[in-house]
Design a protein around this ligand. Structure first.
Ligand code: SF4
Length: 475
């Protein structure tokens, strides 16, 4: 057992991916929940092999970049022992199962989904054949929390709803409500059937498209040729796909009908802050009386190892020795008695971190950029940090503004539209290559990937002033 550097599109812990800045490794943290013991080991690992920082991804994973050498077998064994590495290396690269970061503590929740995340994760570990699925296959549970993850892209989302005083989940496939209700106790079976049908269609699709046998799936280039669920759904049709799923189940799927009285936590009428999910930043009471959680802002989802150790100490001293990583690339310190909030805030501040949703960094997102990724046209990360520093001194926001820097169309850091998107574009000007951005705002039309195009190209040196002007108008 050792890390091998190879080229699947998505790295795992057992499969480092070569990047411009070294080997990239990803550690699955189902539901984004990580114990202080686990986080301490990550800090040690990052110091020993990496560049003294870890990143939180938009699936609440941990990413260690710039690994100088392979992680040895002894460390992998320790990671497995503390529950940070899958006991089945074959499925370790599959996407993290996510839930709301406030599952179990949210005052709005209909159901605590954490046990479902664990059950589905166990199911995957115990079904190695699922390793043949696209590594991008993603599953989420939304328990009706105020911090909803129904707006985060997932192949499969279960969204809690009340029907006649009972809890069900509405099934969402690739962002579309497909008119099916699932009982909580049926979720794992439904995931299994969905995955099996998807897998069978994956084999079929590859065999049909290339006129080759299934064994091609084991070849190096197979990962890139595996269809995403949305392709399967569009080829087969949702109805036919669900028929095949139902065929594998020992029960019938419950169809939503207009007579059913569905009560769910709606995304309509939400403020921008709520729609984008950043309302978890700051101090919030939990459903457990006398306890609060603090949503801590991490600049571009990054944590230095000294900050990890500091947060771990805070969680051990004041909380419940657990931290929660969010798909918004921030984290929560939970279960804090009210009387300790002042001390915790001070200690977070001492680490160079903060908890204000209106800080420009709270909703600032960037992919790695050209220092770590060869596909990037620009130094997105460096530019995002420079923008934050510029705006820090000049702007006081009234609500979070989601600004997204991306080095190419792939949008690794954030898959949905943002308030402002900056798409990297390098052009030649007077014999020199100049890094700049195409600028998009808001939602635009439904077929606009990034929103409405505002500027075709602006050199980065003019971006900070431009954004300042845009935010001053909006503030
Ligand atoms: S979005 Fe593009 S440039 Fe940025 S990390 Fe992903 S592949 Fe690289």
């Amino acid at each position: 057992m050792s890390i091998t550097s190879f080229s699947p599109t998505c790295p795992g812990l057992f499969y480092g991916t070569s990047a411009r800045d070294g080997i990239l490794s990803r550690i699955r943290t189902p539901g984004g929940i990580i114990t202080t013991q686990q986080f301490r080991v990550i800090a040690d690992l990052t110091d020993k092999y990496g560049a003294h920082y870890a990143k939180i991804t938009n699936r609440s994973n941990l990413q260690i970049r710039a690994l100088k050498s392979l992680i040895d077998n002894d460390v992998l064994q320790i990671l497995q022992e503390i529950g940070l590495a899958s006991t089945n290396s074959k499925v370790d690269h599959l996407r993290n199962i996510t839930c709301s970061p406030t599952a179990g503590i949210d005052t709005n929740q209909l159901i605590d989904t954490r046990y479902l995340v664990r059950e589905v994760d166990n199911y995957i570990v115990n079904h190695p054949e699922l390793s043949e699925l696209s590594a991008k296959f993603s599953i989420s549970f939304d328990g009706g929390e105020a911090v909803s993850i129904t707006t985060r892209p997932s192949d499969v989302t279960f969204a809690a709803v009340i029907v006649d005083n009972k809890i069900y989940f509405r099934l969402i496939l690739n962002g579309i409500y497909v008119g099916i209700l699932v009982k909580p106790e049926e979720c794992v079976s439904v995931v299994g059937a969905l995955a099996q049908v998807y897998l069978a269609q994956t084999y079929l699709s590859i065999a049909t498209s290339s006129q080759v046998s299934e064994k091609l799936l084991s070849e190096d280039n197979a990962e890139n040729r595996k269809p995403r669920l949305k392709q399967i759904l569009s080829q087969l049709g949702i109805e036919k796909f669900l028929e095949k799923v139902e065929h594998l189940l020992p029960f019938s799927l419950i169809k939503e009908t207009p007579e059913l009285n569905l009560l769910s936590y709606s995304n309509e009428n939400k403020t921008g802050e709520e729609r984008f999910g950043y309302q978890h930043i700051g101090i919030h009471p939990q459903r457990q009386q006398g306890l609060s959680y603090i949503g801590v802002v991490l600049t571009l989802g990054q944590l230095e190892t000294r900050q990890i150790r500091g947060l771990v100490d805070i969680a051990d001293t004041y909380g419940n020795s657990t931290l929660r990583l969010t798909p918004w690339q921030n984290l929560l310190v939970t279960d804090l008695p009210h009387k300790h909030i002042y001390d915790v805030k001070r200690k977070i501040q001492d680490l160079g971190l903060h908890w204000s949703a209106t800080n420009i960094r709270s909703a600032l997102v960037s992919c790695t950029g050209n220092t770590g990724c060869t596909s990037s046209a620009t130094d997105t990360k460096g530019h995002a940090l420079a923008l934050a520093e510029y705006l820090d001194k000049r702007i006081a926001l009234k609500q979070p503004v989601n600004i997204h820097f991306t080095g190419c169309q792939k949008t690794c850091a954030q898959h949905h539209k943002s308030d402002i998107t900056l798409l990297g574009l390098t052009i030649e000007k007077d014999g020199e290559m100049v890094e700049g951005y195409r600028v998009y705002v808001g939602e635009g039309n439904s077929d606009d990937k990034f929103g409405k195009e505002l500027h075709q190209w602006i050199p980065f040196e003019q971006i900070p002033q431009l954004i300042e002007k845009m935010l001053t108008v909006d503030c």
